[in-house]
Structure formats: C-alpha cells, structure tokens
Design a protein around this ligand. Sequence first.
Ligand SMILES: *[C@@H]1O[C@H](CO)[C@@H](O)[C@H](O)[C@H]1NC(C)=O
Length: 369
Amino acid sequence: MKATYVPVSHEPRRFWSALSSRGFKMRKPRVNRMVLAMCLGSFVMVIFYFQINLKPAAAQGSDQTRTLAKSGRSPLQTLYDTDPMELSPLQVMHQGRRELLEEACRSYTRKRRVLIPEDLKHVMVDDQHGLLYCYVPKVACTNWKRVLMVLTGGAGPERERRQPLQIPAHEAHVPGNLRTLSEYSTAEINQRLRGYLKFLFVREPFERLVSAYRNKFTRSYNTAFHKRYGTKIVRRQRPDARPEALERGDDVSFGEFVRYLVDPATQREEPFNEHWERVHSLCHPCLIHYDVVGKYETLEEDAAYVLKLAGADGEVRFPASGKSTRTTGELAASYFKDISPVYQRKLYNLYRMDFLLFNYTMPGYLKVR
Ligand SMILES: *[C@@H]1O[C@H](CO)[C@@H](O)[C@H](O)[C@H]1NC(C)=O
C-alpha cells in the first residue's frame, strides 16, 4: 500500500481529496490543470512515499543506519525479509491482520486523501530503533509511552536506564518527552513513513469506550474531565439537572455519555476527546500502512513481537498489565444493558469502522438485530 504526505498549506481540503495516494488522479482535466498550477506556484509541495510490494526502501539501503538493530537489519527488514514458506504461526497471524485491514480499507473507505501533519500528532517516533507508534488512549498507551521513553533514552534527567514502570504515568504523557511525527519536516516524515516499523494497538471498541467512561467519569479525582465534558453532558442530556450537578459534572451516567456521543451536535462543535475518538480518526489506518496491528486482547504477545522486531527485546520488557482482559467483555455488557436498542445501533454505527478495520464482531449483548 502506498501513502503520500502533503505538508500543511492554506489550500482547502477539497483539493487534497482529489489527490489519490498513488499520485495525482483527477476527475476532470480542469482540476488537473488547477492543481498543476498550484504546484508550480509552490502552494503545494507533494512528496510521495512508496512501499513497493511491501518491501520498503529500507531494504534498498536507506541511510537510516542508526535504526539498525544488533542483527544489522532494520525492524522492517526483519519483518518482511522472511521467506513466505518459513513464516511462523505468529507471523502468519500478523500478516492476516494486515491483509484484513487493507481489504477493509478498500471495501469501506471511498475517498482517499493525502496525509497532513495534523494526522500525525498521535504517531510517536523512536529514531534509535526505527519505530513509529500511533498511540490510542485506553489501549495500554501509557505503558507503550514508557517503553518508548526507555528505548529513546529520554526517560528523565538520569543517565541510568530506567525500567518502564519506574516512570510515573503523568510523566509518560508529558508532551515533548517523546517526539511525534508531525514535528518533523516533510522529507523527514516521508523517510520515516517509508523506512520505519509502523505499529498501533487496538481494542474491542465498546470495551475501550466503557473503559474511557469509567476512568473519566466515575473516578472522583478526574475533576478536569468532569468540568470540561461532564458539565456539558449534564447540561445537554439531563433536562431536570440539579444546580450542583450542572456545576460539578461529576455524575454523568453511561446512558447520558452515549447520548452525548451520538448527538450530531457534539462533533459539529469540536472533535471527540482522544479517549473516545475512534482509532480510525486518531491513527488513519487506511492512509498510513501499519506493519503491525497489536491488540489489547493479546497485549503481552503482541508487545513482545514488536520489541523483538525492533531488536529491543534485550533492552526492555513490556510491563505485564496484571489485569485480566477476559472480564472486560462482561463489564461492557453490563453497561449496555440499560441502553435502548436505538442508541445501541447509533453507537455501533459511530464506531463501525473500528469494528470492521480490526476484525471485531458486533458484540452479542447488543439488541440491535
Ligand atoms: C478475525 O476474527 C475471527 C473471529 O474472531 C478469527 O477467527 C479470524 O482469524 C480473524 N481474522 C484475522 C485475519 O485476524
């Protein structure tokens, strides 16, 4: 799959949507000339990055020598330079996920557009190992940021290498501790998109959503979320709200949260908060070709797989979560019990792409059929 990156300009998006990721592909010659004129006028500078047959440029001798693992190969070479006949069951499984994602993108997304820096704000960079990680809140992203901080050596003032869990959670989320891909120049972005191992971790969408709700609206310490979102939700979704509920916003019910999410006015006003924004919108998996799709449901194995590809399995271990993910399905079911079928359907439609792209089936507890 190919992707293209175009830097920010003041040009309206509708021109960009006319650009296919394989280059310029215009519906009308008139538009073609317009875009050409824009290019010549240096309004738009387009830089292409190609991944030929999933054998990226890294295999053709890129200058990213710093990213080579001890084996002398980049993570991408380690991933793709295996004889198809010799793939392990684990490699076959990951290949299956990649192909399913690609196929779902082909089937369910109509318009292809090019990437803009705004799209890359969630993609964290490890230049030492050649990794790009798109973080998704509520899918072990704190631990991944900790691991990347250890790997990039930016784990604090101490020179001594720390263990991931020695890094406080709040420190892992301080902007600037890790670089995001959006901070780089166009050429640097393309080079990294082409030569680095790109990965993300996903989770069953409704389990992730229930996790976000519980964490942000049922914990008394999350006053920032109560003030910022809770008060708004109470005001909009609770006709007979008491003054102190309007003031504090700390007792939002799951039903009110769901109605807030499916209310078209919500997204018209501002983008969803990243904790409940869809992976599709956070990480653009149909525009960025991810090499590894990790899942929360198989977090430890998938994390170990990524670290092994990166040649970093000797440097750091992904922290064990301790929590069993087996119970989170039942937990989600209990929250959906009181949601009416109409709202269950609306919510499913809202998160539909995340279900389809990452091979999650509609949960059995929904009453939408
Ligand atoms: C998709 O999910 C189904 C059911 O859980 C599973 O059997 C199948 O192997 C998955 N496919 C891929 C490509 O991961």
